[in-house]
Design a protein around this ligand. Sequence first.
Ligand code: HC0
Length: 576
Amino acid sequence: NVTIKINGVETSVPAGTTILEAAHMANIEIPTLCFMKEINAIGACRICMVEANEGRGNRLVAACVYPVSPNMQIFTNTPRVLEARKRTLELMLSTHERNCLSCVRSGNCELQQLAKDLGVEDAGIYDGVTNHYEIDGTAAHMIRDNNKCILCRRCVAACGITQSVGVIGANERGFKTFIGSAFDMGLGETSCVSCGQCIAVCPTGALAEKDSTSEVLAAIADPSKHVIVQTAPAVRAGLGECFGYPIGTDVEGKMVAALRRLGFDKVFDTDFAADLTIMEEGTEFIDRLQNGGKLPLITSCSPGWIKFCEHYYPDMTENLSSCKSPQQMFGAVAKSYYAEKMGIDPKDMVVVSVMPCTAKKFEIGRDDQAANGVPDVDIALTTRELGRMIQRAGINFQALLDEEFDMPLGLSTGAGVIFGATGGVMEAALRTVVEVLEKKELPSLDFQEVRGMEGIKEATYNVAGTDVKLAVASGLANARMLLDKVNSGEADYHFIEIMGCPGGCINGGGQPHVSPAERNFGDYRAKRASVLYSNDAAKAVRKSHENAGVKELYDTYLEKPGSHKAHQLLHTTYVK
Ligand code: HC0
């Protein structure tokens, strides 16, 4: 350890710690714009400047990359520091489109917050020549507005390092630098996988999901339409953050109440379809295991992962489960089974989904996702869009009393809800597959080995005399690492779960933005995941094959998992 002084107060921190980390340990948050721990430590934006004295007088240094040294004196709050940050911010603002009133990030924009904290007036003192960029709306899920970009390169790091996709980078140089794709192609023309991790880390309104909220309002206002909504597992673990609740607050009941007040005809749960997925995918796994099918079986519910597999590992598409994602299974069942029950023509139904995910906006338009001759799902919203809709409708979210999902597509088990955290699909599948193969009840339903936020997890379970080898990866760079091990023969598994976003859907690209301090030093992913595991633990029924609604669906409509009708509605194909 080394002893240092921060603002005159002595403290001891491990050698090699950066000033930013040391200050965080001493409960002082130094503002950052470009910094992302371990993946974007480039010291580029110069917002984190502090004064450091190592015996040669006070010097301004970038706290995010400058390591502490013995007896260093650090000053984070002097007039010189604040003035330096203010100047830098003014320079950034001089080329930033400042129409904050209508910006989607107004209220939680990091640049706006800094301007407020540092007392920067919108005086335009450095105004002069600016660049003007066309908005890129070519991708199905998002827009890029480079007029609001501050060139922090967080999106570039998220895309290239966290996800190992790397379809964006800095084009041109100097004053003309802008972030875009190679040859300035539209994002929709590249092999972007739509994960939205770039949006999640963007400090400003330069990157945002395509907003579909007015389409939803128009459908609700149309009396000829029966408009139903489904909510993904992870939404209940994130939505509260839009309304000031601490990270890790379960707002399932208030969310249902709010959706009803927005005017949806029925409020259903994607968790129902997650249980259904387990029935289909579990059956597929047992079949492949016992009949020499292609192994490892790899989960198929994360559309960012699917697109990644198709683009970067086309030879492995045969390993993918043929199951549609729960979002799509839900839509297919809603527009067949439920529509018939209700006597509604599926053409008069609008299925809206609320997802923590931006790739779901892409998934709804994929080929072979319209089992009933109409799209399985019509509109996919992110958690953030739902937050905005509730806000705009004047619904006092905090004051709402908890309400329950509608039936029959609102019934779910604990296995369904844990889908939203990395390892959750695997655990849910194990609860069913092990019981089916061993023909007896599991003594414990908790498969701890596949829980937790590590990027890659492995476990082996002896099931009915066979050692079943499993792996779980979240985040596409981790997925790439795992698949390369499988391809090289270094590892062999029977079953792999892959989720496109690090930590799983709880950290999806459509979840509420978190502060830089939380993103860099907090455990927001684990806090959100804990909501799902607590929700699971509190449920009376925790195994998908015991979901009474799913059982009834099979008994009265689908016949059995893997049936012809189940295949027609619930399974899909992939492109190489
Ligand atoms: Fe997920 Fe899903 S768990 S992908 O992360 O499988 O988005 O939450 O809705 O479809 O259920 C996202 C979350 C879902 C789906 C489910 C799966």
